[in-house]
Ligand binder design. Structure first.
Ligand code: SF4
Length: 355
């Protein structure tokens, strides 16, 4: 019999597996499932033989029927600023990137939800890579497991304090897998990341935002990047389908359910979206729902047609928003030297042609 990979099971599936394949008694199945779940997700133990809470016979059986294999790291790059980018080779040979960004008091792990992306945002390197596939929830969660293993992050006090789904791909175009992955990340018996420690970022798939409010419930980041439909459409083709007013309506709903501000992401592109007029338009837009904004320094990548806005101009832009009473933070670029910064991720995976 082919071994079942543990990471392809959510907690409910795991219980069913133990009953069906290992003949664990119903009254003990919750306890046994918890023992495996905690040993893997809380303690980072990847050896079934270490599961000493299991009777030997059961452990041997589990060893035969289940594997704890994880995808392997194909490449590691460490930036001068401490940012680490891992290229992960999935079991099917596709590659995906995740980035660890340590700061003074916290560290964020940026993970991917797809290999490639369909949305083709003009300033984003990932957008130049055709969508290869949606990641399974196991592949999403395993990015976190691999990162934790690399930096030995299994103590009660976590090194990776925050997780953001802002890597490759549009999370809401892989909604079900993202939802299950977030459930696993949040599970108190396992990885135990609270909903306010996770941010899901969308390029603006407006019709999925209400579902996410009710079913995912983490922080939400909206990649806005322009104050008007005209500019947005030029740099983000998805705006042809979902206009800014749809996004505002759905974000209003999201923040009313989750009771948190929406984070707007705004990459500063020279002479495209960085005028004082744009800042004033943004202020009007921000008045319509609870939100704050991150102004992001643009990270050029080979072949891109845009230039970064100068730092002093970003500051002036931010001041207009701040003086209107809103939070505007300028986000320093991290991991730029290893193409690990926002919008720079891209792998060589190509969609296999149907033969
Ligand atoms: S910014 Fe996000 S949604 Fe847009 S192309 Fe890049 S990965 Fe896709």
């Amino acid at each position: 019999m082919k071994q079942k990979n543990f990471f392809e099971l959510n907690f409910k599936d795991l219980k069913n597996f133990l009953i069906k394949e290992l003949a664990v008694e119903e009254k003990k199945v919750s306890m046994r499932s918890k023992q495996i779940w905690q040993s893997v997700y809380k303690k980072g133990s990847f050896e079934i033989n270490n599961l000493t809470t299991f009777p030997l016979e059961l452990r041997n059986k589990l060893n035969r029927l289940m594997s704890l294999q994880r995808p392997k790291i194909a490449n590691t790059q460490t930036s001068n600023d401490g940012t680490i980018k891992w290229l992960i080779k999935l079991f099917d040979g596709n590659e995906v990137e995740c980035v660890y960004i340590p700061e003074k008091t916290r560290a964020t792990l940026c993970i991917s939800s797809q290999v490639g992306c369909t949305l083709n945002c003009k300033f984003c390197h990932t957008g130049t890579q055709r969508l290869v596939k949606n990641l399974s929830y196991a592949e999403i969660v395993n990015q976190v497991m691999i990162a934790k293993e690399q930096i030995n992050d299994w103590d009660e006090k976590k090194k990776i304090t925050n997780i953001v789904l802002m890597g490759m791909g549009e999370p809401f175009y892989n909604y079900e897998n993202v939802k299950t992955a977030v459930e696993i990340l949040k599970d108190k018996e396992g990885l135990n990341y609270g909903p306010k420690k996770i941010t899901v970022s969308t390029a603006g798939i407006a019709n999925k935002i209400p579902d996410a409010a009710n079913e995912i419930g983490t922080y939400l980041a909206l990649s806005l990047h322009a104050p008007t439909d005209d500019i947005r459409e030029m740099i983000m083709p998805i705006n042809k389908k979902f206009k800014i007013k749809d996004l505002i309506k759905q974000c209003k709903y999201y923040s009313s359910v989750v009771k948190e501000k929406i984070t707007l992401e705004y990459v500063m592109l020279r002479d495209i979206n960085d005028s004082i007029e744009c800042a004033k338009q943004l202020v009007k837009l921000m008045a319509q729902f609870p939100c704050k904004i991150n102004l992001i320094e643009f990270n050029p990548w080979p072949g891109v047609q845009y230039l970064p806005t100068e730092r002093n101009k970003i500051e002036k832009f931010g001041k207009v928003i701040q003086e209107a009473g809103y939070v505007a933070t300028i986000r320093r670029s991290r991991g730029q030297d290893i193409l690990g910064a926002c919008g720079q991720l891209r792998t060589e995976s190509e969609k296999k042609k149907n033969i």
